[in-house]
Design a protein around this ligand. Structure first.
Ligand code: S3P
Ligand code: PEP
Length: 431
């Protein structure tokens, strides 16, 4: 499905979708518990993959019709050996987090996913499971899924790189709490995407599970039980970044875009608020009300380090293409290991829209002064964030922009195009 976006302006109120990262963790934490109600969950393609995994390990997930909550019955720290292969679809978070769960089951678990997920790196996590005495294999012996894990890991110490994915740490901490010995994670490198581990620690605490930072990494004592009656998911700041970018670039003269559901939390991607301010936008954040208000402004390029916030790169690249001067996005090598190589994808597709960019291994520079955005047909790379960022660029490109693969927003922000249309954007989906 394509999305066709004509140059248009936006204004009004819009609700942010619930956080994907918190929803994954809350569903799995409820699975490790004997159950819990997850309130305001994100129900999307990726979080459905985590629901399937919890069910495969012996839990059960019931949704109310309005999707206001999920009632999760857990497997109480003792996952069953799944009856079938677990299909993690497009979700890296699901695959990493539930690989560690599989290492606790008595038999073997087989995990797979779509073409994109089967090309993402899993080697360091497999190696960690082996260091813990479990079995962990990549069927093609290339560190990628399909994966086979099992053999009831009892816990222990592991040493892993921190610069590929923080999800390995999250996976080990979540599983480690219900092992006998607990798990000590030593990081061999600096940790990228570190705020995502803070999100994990926040959810663990809410489920009564102790885990801590150590001098060299993280540690979780074993023999713990996950316990919570209910867990409420906050709004998603990665998703909010597209709405704020739309407002900063295309709000009607004298009007604003107000984003609801923006409560403070551990999400690193809340940094979008400061980046927009540094670029010259006026963004007000009423933290108590959870409301962000943004108006249109002439933006100037800035330097942004995305070491902690990889998912902001597509949004920042779009903002840079519409800003004056250079926007320099640095420390972005790990953004190449996502649903697609997002550094290359944004460089290639923004160029099609008339932007001038310089791509380096660990840096993307968007030269706003040499960019003149005009509508074109662009690829979405089957990647929700590329689709959403290019659609926002379409709001300020001359004429009409066609973004391929519009259906992929279902991964994290299923109502994205309705939200844009609700703000008055001229957007249509066509088969
Ligand atoms: O743990 C999480 O919820 C996530 C961690 C990040 O991945 P990496 O840690 O692999 O960078 C982020 O890009 C992803 O969208 C969600
Ligand atoms: C990279 C992402 O998610 P995951 O790693 O779960 O596929 C994302 O949502 O941008």
């Amino acid at each position: 499905m394509d999305a066709r976006i004509a140059r248009s302006s936006v204004a009004g109120r819009v609700r942010a979708p619930p956080s994907k990262s918190y929803t994954h963790r809350a569903i799995l934490a409820a699975g490790y518990a004997d159950g819990a109600r997850v309130e305001h969950p994100l129900v999307s393609a990726d979080t459905r993959a985590t629901m399937r995994a919890v069910e495969a390990y012996g839990g059960r997930v019931d949704r109310d019709r309005a999707e206001e909550y999920l009632d999760v019955e857990g497997f109480d720290g003792r996952p069953d050996t799944p009856d079938d292969v677990i299909d993690c679809a497009n979700s890296g978070t699901t695959m990493r987090l539930v690989t560690a769960t599989g290492a606790l089951a008595p038999g073997l678990t087989v995990l797979t996913g779509d073409d994109s997920l089967r090309s993402r790196p899993q080697g360091p996590l497999l190696d960690a499971v082996r260091q813990l005495g479990g079995r962990a294999e990549s069927t093609r012996d290339n560190g990628q899924a399909p994966l086979v894990v099992g053999d009831s890991t009892g816990g222990g110490g592991v040493s892993i790189p921190g610069d590929v994915s923080s999800q390995y740490v999250t996976a080990l901490l979540m599983a480690g709490a219900v092992t006998e010995e607990g798990i000590d994670v030593d990081l061999e490198t600096e940790l990228k995407s570190a705020p995502y581990v803070d999100i994990t620690l926040e959810v663990l605490e809410a489920f009564g599970v102790e885990a801590e930072r150590t001098g060299r990494g993280f540690a979780v004592p074993g023999g713990q039980s996950y316990r919570a009656e209910r867990y409420a998911v906050p709004g998603d700041f990665s998703s909010i970044s597209y709405l704020l970018a739309a407002g900063a670039l295309a709000a009607d003269e004298g009007r604003s875009v107000v984003v609801e559901g923006a409560q403070p939390s551990a999400q690193g991607d809340a940094a979008i608020v400061d980046v927009l301010r540094r670029m010259g936008a006026t963004v007000e954040w009423d933290r108590d009300a959870g409301e962000l208000t943004v108006t249109r402004a002439a933006l100037s390029g800035v330097e942004v380090d995305v070491g902690d916030t990889p998912d902001l790169l597509p949004t920042l690249a779009t903002l840079g293409a519409a800003a004056g001067g250079d926007t320099r996005i640095v420390n972005c090598e790990h953004v190449r290991y996502k649903e697609t190589d997002r550094v290359a994808a944004m460089a290639t597709e923004l160029e099609k829209l008339g932007a001038a960019v310089t791509e380096r291994e660990d840096e993307l520079v968007v030269h706003g002064d040499d960019s003149d955005l005009r509508g074109a047909r662009v690829e979405g790379y089957h990647d929700h964030r590329i689709v959403m960022a290019l659609s926002v660029a379409g709001l300020v490109a001359d004429g009409e922009t066609t973004v391929e693969g519009a259906e992929h927003v279902d991964v994290s922000f299923p109502d994205f195009f309705d939200a844009l249309a609700g703000l008055g954007a001229d957007v249509h989906r066509v088969d």
